[in-house]
Design a protein around this ligand. Sequence first.
Ligand SMILES: [Ca+2]
Ligand SMILES: [Ca+2]
Ligand SMILES: [Ca+2]
Length: 124
Amino acid sequence: MYRKRVAATLVAGVAVAMFGAINPATASETAPAAGSVRMWEDPNYTGSQYVDATPANCPDGCDIDGWDGDNEISSVRNETNCTVRLYADDNFGGRSVDLAANTSYSNLEQIGFDNEADSFQFKC
Ligand SMILES: [Ca+2]
Ligand SMILES: [Ca+2]
Ligand SMILES: [Ca+2]
């Protein structure tokens, strides 16, 4: 009985070891997909953080709140595998700019979109 239990534990241990060996590769591929895009009021990811969204919870695009965010966003961390398209107007209208996947923008002024964004969409 004791021997049997040890054997079962060993098998489980080997399975965990194998899974553990395989998992890091898949984790590094899938982890950014679970990441989010975050947007701040000021450059260098400072000031109020107005947006924290994932492609999953924003499948058809998202509004940036009219009171807390519209025409204020100055820095963005895009930690998703998707391009984030910022729009100058609500409802994905007006001028737009694409933020590359897995890229951070410490100052949107550098791409001519400081204090402009009103809404955004993921392009996955
Ligand atoms: Ca700003
Ligand atoms: Ca605007
Ligand atoms: Ca808005």
